[in-house]
Design a protein around this ligand. Sequence first.
Ligand code: ADP
Ligand code: MG
Length: 360
Amino acid sequence: MSWNPMPIEELWILLSQSDSPSLLKKFLTLELYNKLKDKKTLRGGTLANCINTGCLHFRNNAGIYACDPEAYTVFEEIFNKVIKEYHKIESLCHPEPYYGTEEEIAALGNIDPEGKMVISTRVRVARSHTKYPFIPACTLEDLLNMENDTVTALKTLTGELAGQYYPLARMDKATEAQLVADHYLFRHDDITLRDAGLYKYWDTGRGIFYNEDQTFLCWVNEEDHIRLISLQKGGDLAAVYKRLVKAIHEMEDRMTFARRDGYGYLTFCATNLGTTLRASVLMAIPNVSKQANFDDFLAKHNIQSRGTRGFGSAVEDGVHDLSNKHRLGLTEYEAVKEMLNGVLAIKKWEEELAGMKKNA
Ligand code: ADP
Ligand code: MG
């Protein structure tokens, strides 16, 4: 492991003296800390590598990342507790992938057929190559080889999925900023990712692939090795999800991705394990979000709210990014349905409140 976290003893002091709301803080007892603090993965990944960012920054739900796929085994006593609590599952079991039949996918329909509330709809999944460790444990050569493997596969996609790859290292700053502003490209200013070791050798091996319409995108070596994304304006969830499912099948025909019994597809962040699927809408909910019971309502419907520009960003003009919270212990189709049902409930509530305001 060639990036250095803070010494584990210092991290422990920071965490134990903090009032972090993270699951790491909740579950890493002194006893467990003492048991795990000197363990290592074969690549040299330590507890400090996994919890560095969670001890320095307190806004993450989990507070712990797998610096290396083997970390899920070596540090399973802490990971499994965090995973079960985050995904609200009793035991670590995960179903086989199930994306839904053609009819079931069509039945997802359009969340906002009137085109009044949903700005855009996006569904993404993450995939990890079996041959390479997670990014903090990668060498420079790993990053370049992995980029090459991924891009070689992407370039053989045809039809609606055909597109071009744009490496970050050769992108001018104005283009990069525009792609970020348009919600297509990842940012590079997340201190929680930085302190988890993800910005190592930035921008080597990083980039984005997209089709002509910018409705199918692939992030290469951002947080995970691969993020497949389907995105379009409006609320046509059926169309967005259908395109993503097609992309997943096409990429799985071309390469093998890391999976593990009970954990589903392996990802860098424990909150993404399983289906790895996050289905979201960008929607303005200025009335609902002011209600005292907004957070309870979200929790009841297993919905996570993020800011307008993604994880850790602020809400601008009442526009929230609303997505399914759970990804493990349910199928892909169920995860999308969870988002759909939750967002429909929030939309209905927002319409009622807006109507009441108008009539008042
Ligand atoms: P991810 O879970 O894919 O890592 P992030 O929270 O990091 O998501 O956000 C990545 C980008 O995707 C941000 O620019 C965010 O605004 C954008 N995004 C998320 N959901 C939507 C959506 N429904 N429509 C448009 N952009 C979206
Ligand atoms: Mg992200």
